[in-house]
Ligand binder design. Structure first.
Ligand SMILES: [Fe+2]
Ligand SMILES: [Fe+2]
Length: 224
């Protein structure tokens, strides 16, 4: 699996910054944009695999057929940790930059961006869903009465929301950023990503999520 972590992303964007003095050269900004969009799309492929595994496990849970809760617990923990993963942080930064760019655009594309797709709110909603589900699984594992129907309903909503979210990003968000963001925008995005991911790495959150994902991947591979 081609898995570039946030560290490699930072190295790539730092290179862009080192070479830029003043405005970033256009081809360099395009290289940064293409690398980031490729990375986000590659993340989606991994996330789709986890969502499918989650769907399989929660279907078994809903039917009372799940005997081993360890995988569903790992999936719930990973999903609830996603706000600390690079993917959503980077998308939020790019989305805010896009909203600012489209606010200045006279073509009308920016008028309905939030109605079309409010990416940051979606990320917050998904995080809240995932945290509620993680707490429910934790209660279940600590011996509380199994809130199976509640968890099953929550998981159906979460899975649908997650899939629609990624679909909308690929249908609307990625094409808009490719079309409208300028080399100056990418220079600002580059700096913001470095600052945000630098803080996240220093706090240990990035390595925590990477460790969660590594053990989740090992579990998925061993269960096939
Ligand atoms: Fe997203
Ligand atoms: Fe995404």
């Amino acid at each position: 699996m081609d898995r570039k972590g946030p560290e490699s992303r930072l190295r790539m964007t730092s290179l862009a910054n080192n070479q830029a003095r003043g405005a970033m050269p256009l081809q360099k900004s395009e290289a940064v944009m293409n690398a980031l969009v490729d990375e986000l799309k590659s993340d989606h492929e991994r996330f789709r695999r986890y969502v499918s595994a989650f769907e399989r496990e929660t279907t078994l849970l809903a039917n009372g057929e799940l005997s081993d809760y360890s995988l569903i617990q790992q999936l719930a923990e990973f999903f609830s940790a996603l706000p600390d993963e690079a993917h959503h942080k980077i998308e939020d930064i790019i989305y805010v930059q896009l909203a600012e760019r489209l606010a200045d655009d006279m073509s009308g594309q920016g008028d309905n961006l939030h109605e079309l797709f409010d990416l940051c709110s979606d990320h917050q909603d998904m995080a809240a869903f995932a945290e509620t589900f993680r707490e429910g699984v934790a209660q279940m594992l600590s011996g509380a009465e199994l809130p199976r129907a509640e968890l099953a309903e929550l998981s159906v909503q979460y899975i649908q929301h997650f899939r629609t979210h990624m679909f909308n990003e690929e249908l609307h968000f990625f094409p808009l950023i490719s079309e409208f963001l300028t080399s100056d925008d990418w220079e600002q995005i580059d700096s913001k990503i470095e600052a945000v991911m630098g803080d996240a790495r220093l706090s240990g959150k990035v390595s925590d999520v990477e460790a969660l994902e590594s053990s989740l991947l090992a579990h998925l591979q061993s269960s096939h």
